[in-house]
Design a protein. Structure first.
Length: 255
């Protein structure tokens, strides 16, 4: 097995076909065309690509590799950072990082990455956008409050700020409603919910018919961290989002 280290950035990625320091590396643009050019150099039986989990820039290459039947592993950057210390590697350049990832593959033999279902991929995108929109709303509302104390205000600036807040709230609410609908459906529909509450990390739901509640696989698709069942009681672990989801469900469905 030949482990190939790939160091990825926004605009390019560097490939090390050997873990030996100073060995030749190759750089490509992080575009579909250049990714395909790189993939054509690989052997499906012999090559195993190793890359760090650095967000969407990594995911594009990873997705195309997995989709076309090539072996690839996604490694937590904390693991490679610790590995670099054990290998006494302190210099950081793209070629050296790529060689380090190839070496990590040879020494640690990481498992082949299993691509999640399309539903999970799309749901993660939705949750990421919702999270960022909430942060923007908080920042915009804080700015609005800080400007309100000024003795003189720019009318156009305030109108622009208020319109932006209103628009962002509507877009956030639109995405949240889609997510809430999926959760209610997984609980067997609104007619199956007798009561819904939440603690710090869990949605606590009493249902009429527990057999109508979706299985654990569906809840994983909905990004739940776990599901506990007892009789007609269902607890869905959503972390700090549990309270938000409870309020949204009560508000929309009046339960």
């Amino acid at each position: 097995m030949r482990y190939i280290g790939i160091d990825i950035s926004k605009d390019s990625f560097t490939v090390a076909f050997s873990s030996v320091k100073g060995s030749k590396t190759q750089s490509y643009k992080n575009t579909p065309k250049d990714i395909q050019k790189f993939i054509k150099t690989l052997d499906k039986e012999q090559d195993h690509c190793v890359m760090e989990a650095t967000g969407n820039y990594t995911f594009k290459l990873l997705y195309l590799l997995i989709e076309q039947g090539y072996k690839a592993s996604l490694v937590n950057p904390k693991q490679t950072k610790y590995f670099a210390k054990t290998m006494l590697s302190v210099t950081k350049t793209d070629p050296q990082d790529a060689c380090l990832l190839a070496c990590y593959g040879e020494k640690m033999t990481p498992p082949v990455y299993k691509m999640p279902s399309e539903k999970i991929i799309l749901l993660k995108q939705k949750r990421t956008v919702i999270r960022q929109l909430r942060k923007q709303l908080t920042a915009l509302k804080n700015l609005e409050k800080s400007l309100e104390v000024l003795p003189r205000k720019d009318k156009n600036a305030f109108n622009c700020l208020n319109n932006t807040i209103s628009y962002t709230e509507k877009q956030t609410e639109k995405l949240e409603k889609e997510l809430i609908d999926d959760i209610v459906t997984a609980l067997g529909g609104v007619e199956n919910i007798e009561n819904i509450d939440a603690c710090i990390t869990r949605l606590r739901v009493t249902v009429k018919d527990s057999s109508k509640v979706s299985d654990d696989a569906r809840w994983r698709e909905l990004q739940a961290k776990g599901v506990l069942r007892s009789g007609n009681g269902v607890q869905v672990v959503y972390g700090t989002q549990a309270e938000i989801y409870k309020n949204k469900i009560r508000e929309k469905y009046k339960v």
